[in-house]
Design a protein around this ligand. Structure first.
Ligand SMILES: Nc1nc2c(c(=O)[nH]1)N[C@H]1C(S)=C(S)[C@@H](COP(=O)(O)OP(=O)(O)OC[C@H]3O[C@@H](n4cnc5c(=O)[nH]c(N)nc54)[C@H](O)[C@@H]3O)O[C@H]1N2
Ligand SMILES: Nc1nc2c(c(=O)[nH]1)N[C@H]1C(S)=C(S)[C@@H](COP(=O)(O)OP(=O)(O)OC[C@H]3O[C@@H](n4cnc5c(=O)[nH]c(N)nc54)[C@H](O)[C@@H]3O)O[C@H]1N2
Ligand SMILES: [Mo]
Length: 763
């Protein structure tokens, strides 16, 4: 890592030579020998290789020789590292000391090698035998009320592991199964389910070959789903119009050089990605989308009067939709001045985009956290659906809704039963399959789990991956409450802060990673994951595990289950661990509609598609039709504007995977050597008497009497709409009140936090 802080605009495209250099740097830093990295990178996202551990973007059937991106390669290097966090490391560093380390330095120590138990007397983690760990965890769990225990999952674990995890929690007696999706695309799952009857997107990868317009809202493709740049580049080259709405000019959405094309690399040829780029205000998308809908509906009205062909797809609306008239009336009645004010964009700019939409034959709407992480994020997603429905852009080739999911198997975890919502899980089926009475009451989602930890009603936390204490809101308050937990068990690959902010009885259980060979009684095992477009892929690791003492995730879950639950011959934990194909048989039995012939199909190139009713225009909603929704407000922020009150967006850099910090270079945004910055519009800098490079603090204004402040942030003058600020996640999570979450979906509203600037004395 470079110590020098350098802040200057980056002139290069997304991809290109900058991307090649960045991959080289991390391979060198993680001490990954060149031969083994080349071997593993060539196997990444191949039909017979392993599924990338980074993002959830679709994996094509005609994979490139190098079907990976800069950030996928970093994720691989991060797991392949030859650095080790072993018992000697823990002996040398008391936990109190490690609590002072940065996230980067903790994970930089490398892979965990042994199961560890916290010992209060020495303030250290000490190695234990697996059997002893399982026995104590089992005894602790047996002594607790199931409803006071939370089983969290980060979205990386395979379908097999996730299925076993959900079952373990339910056999134990709770639906407390929050997952990272609760902080991410739960807004999508709720809004799409009620409006079009499926909780997931309707597009497939091949639709990108046919679209003539792609609308892109609130997703930073160059950093967070770089392989999606390939279909976008192809689309742009075909003349497809790509129209972006984002408060920041994200480089990947501006221009791209494909690092896998020798010609492009040698000639430094760049493709312009977005044909229009609109810097919407944070929280302004409901208004933008209302403007797009209003234009389209009124253009149809005008066409009818003039006797011209219709602009709306009236046949589709009549046959498949409900609530059109009410929505159309609301759109016609909506005032352009109100739309302009909330969007922070002119009517002319919105009209320019709307004209393209109204003419395009096939339109895909892509979106990410910029839409879901708002108090009224549900309206954002509903408005996307409204816009697409107007011209029949759902259930047609080259068209549809495309939420870009986060973790590589986050969508799949939901598919196989990790959910706190009992109605989403076939409990009756599980009851028969495993001869037990599953809990029927709703479990805790992430926000409710945090509230339970704060009020003391949650007593234990089991984490299947992730770094919960860093990822959640209100992190300072949460850390203080966390240490009151009786039991914390973290299944992980690397040391993170959540392992250090521990409960009274605390375990860190290290597991085999997806890139590694997983040999069980019947031989080497494979696992499966589901990507963002509902395709299921097999994944086989080949690399020697980081330590001989590691167990696989299924083996760890089976160990905990057997120590906690009464024996049940219908749940063959040992047989499942011996042969994961038997877990897949069990999954296929529970979910025959998605997983018939699971074992036979899992290595089909491009994955096997698990089907999507909305894609076939079967809308399994309350009315049996796709439902238009009328938004109640035009701002997604959930708070009133006030003089000096900013909307803070918390963002990922190009050098991190969520709470894992790969380095301190957010290349495309030109920020090097630090993450303690805040992006501010130059006019706001002037208005508030600030200077570029000065250090300030941000303080939340929430009216609940709790003081939330993050200081030491350096002012960076940036092309961001006035009244909006940008800063990094997870550093700014102490500013987000736990209660500041999306209505209905409970996703923390991390993209619009009400904050004020506080001057700090010069250092
Ligand atoms: N390399 C890498 N890949 C990742 C991850 C990672 O951390 N690193 N994380 C993974 C995970 S779990 C997820 S969920 C995804 C996240 O990927 P993204 O969905 O891209 O998430 P963010 O980085 O939070 O960026 C959100 C984008 O929305 C914009 N934005 C913010 N507020 C608004 C708004 O109000 N309106 C609009 N229109 N735009 C807005 C921001 O400027 C930013 O470009 O990526 C996944 N892939
Ligand atoms: N302010 C703010 N907060 C946010 C967000 C935001 O945009 N802004 N984004 C939210 C989103 S979208 C998400 S998804 C969450 C992410 O929240 P989490 O999913 O909880 O966090 P990660 O950083 O992805 O978890 C990283 C840890 O996972 C462990 N790990 C890695 N690989 C494996 C593996 O193969 N097996 C196991 N068992 N463990 C593994 C490692 O120990 C690593 O330290 O954060 C949310 N928090
Ligand atoms: Mo996510």
């Amino acid at each position: 890592m470079k110590d020098k802080i350098a802040i200057k605009p980056y002139a290069g495209p997304a991809g290109g030579w900058g991307s090649v250099r960045s991959v080289g740097e991390i391979l060198w830093r993680e001490h990954v020998p060149p031969l083994s990295s080349t071997h593993e990178l060539l196997r990444q996202n191949k039909a017979d290789g392993f599924a990338c551990v980074s993002c959830a973007w679709s994996k094509p059937s005609n994979a490139h020789p190098f079907e990976f991106c800069e950030n996928g390669a970093k994720a691989t290097a991060w797991e392949l590292t030859t650095n080790r966090t072993d018992p000697a490391f823990f002996a040398a560093h008391p936990v109190t000391e490690l609590l002072g380390w940065r996230d980067y330095d903790l994970e930089q120590q490398g892979r965990l090698t042994h199961p560890m138990r916290y010992e209060a007397a020495s303030d250290r983690y000490v190695a234990v035998e697996w059997a002893a760990a399982f026995a104590e965890i089992g005894a602790e769990l047996k002594a607790l009320e199931p409803k006071s225990v939370v089983f969290y999952a980060s979205g990386r674990a395979s379908l097999e592991t996730s299925y076993m995890y959900g079952l373990l929690a339910r056999l134990y007696g709770t639906n407390n199964l929050p997952d990272s999706s609760n902080m991410c695309h739960e807004t999508t799952s709720v809004a799409l389910k009620t409006r079009i009857g499926v909780p997931v997107g309707t597009t497939k990868l091949e639709d990108f070959d046919h679209a003539d317009c792609i609308l892109f809202f609130g997703q930073n493709v160059g950093s967070n789903a770089p392989r999606l740049l390939h279909p976008l580049q192809q689309a742009a080259k075909r003349g497809c119009q790509i129209i972006t709405f984002n408060p920041l000019k994200e480089r990947g959405l501006e221009r791209f050089t494909n690092p896998q094309s020798p010609i492009e690399m040698l000639t430094k040829a760049e493709t312009s990605i977005s044909s229009q780029y609109h810097q919407v205000r944070a929280g302004g998308d409901i208004a933008v989308l209302m403007g797009l809908c209003k234009y389209t509906i009124e253009a149809d009205d005008a066409a009818r009067t003039a006797g011209l062909p219709p602009v709306l797809d009236h046949d589709f609306i009549a046959a498949h939709c409900d609530g059109f008239e009410a929505f159309a009336a609301a759109a016609r009645g909506c005032d352009w001045a109100a739309i302009e004010l909330e969007a922070g964009l002119s009517r002319a700019a919105i009209t320019e985009a709307a004209e393209v939409y109204a003419r395009a034959e096939r339109v895909i709407a892509v979106y990410g956290m910029g839409l879901t992480q708002h108090v009224l994020g549900i309206h954002n997603v509903e408005m996307i659906v409204n816009l697409l429905l107007l011209r029949g852009n759902i259930g047609r080739e080259g068209a549809g809704v495309c939420p870009v999911r986060g973790h590589s198997n986050v969508q799949g975890q939901r598919t196989v039963g990790i959910s706190e919502k009992p109605e989403l899980v076939p409990l009756d089926k599980l009851a028969v399959q495993y001869g037990f009475e599953p809990p029927r009451t709703k479990g805790l989602n992430t926000v409710e789990a945090c509230e339970g930890i704060l009020d003391g009603s949650v007593c234990a936390f089991v984490g299947l991956g992730g770094n919960f204490i860093r990822a959640i809101p209100d992190t300072v308050r949460m850390e203080a409450a966390w240490s009151k937990l009786r039991l914390t068990v973290q299944i992980a690959t690397k040391l993170n802060r959540n392992h250090l902010v521990k409960g009274e009885v605390s375990y860190v259980l290290p597991c085999i990673g997806r890139i590694e060979r997983d040999v069980q009684a019947t031989g080497p095992q494979s696992v499966a994951i589901e990507d963002s477009t509902s395709c299921i892929h097999g994944s086989r690791g080949e690399r020697t595990p980081a330590s001989p003492a590691l167990l696989s995730e299924p083996a760890i879950l089976a160990g905990i289950a057997k120590a906690t639950l009464p024996p049940n011959p219908l749940v063959p934990w040992d047989d499942w661990v011996a042969d994961y194909a038997r877990v897949r048989d069990a999954i296929a039995e529970t979910y025959p509609q998605f997983f018939a012939n699971f074992n036979a199909r899992m290595f089909e190139p491009g994955g096997f598609y698990r089907g999507n009713a909305a894609r076939e225009r079967r809308f399994e909603t309350a009315s049996g039709k796709a439902e238009f929704a009328v938004p109640t407000v035009l701002s997604a922020t959930g708070f009133e504007p006030a003089e000096g009150l900013f909307r803070l967006m918390t963002l990922r850099s190009n050098d991190q995977f969520n709470t894992t910090i790969y380095g301190y270079y957010d290349r495309f945004r030109g920020i090097e050597g630090t993450r303690d910055i805040v992006f501010i519009n130059p006019r706001d800098i002037e208005r508030h008497g600030l200077t570029e490079g000065a250090t300030i603090a941000l303080r939340t204004e929430y009216g609940d009497g709790i003081h939330r402040e993050v200081g030491g942030l350096r002012v960076v003058s940036y092309a961001i709409p006035e009244g909006c600020l940008g800063a990094y996640y997870p550093e700014c999570n102490p500013l987000i009140p736990v209660q500041h979450h999306a209505e209905q979906s409970f996703v923390p509203a991390a993209k619009s936090v009400p904050v004020r600037i506080v001057m700090t004395p010069a250092r």
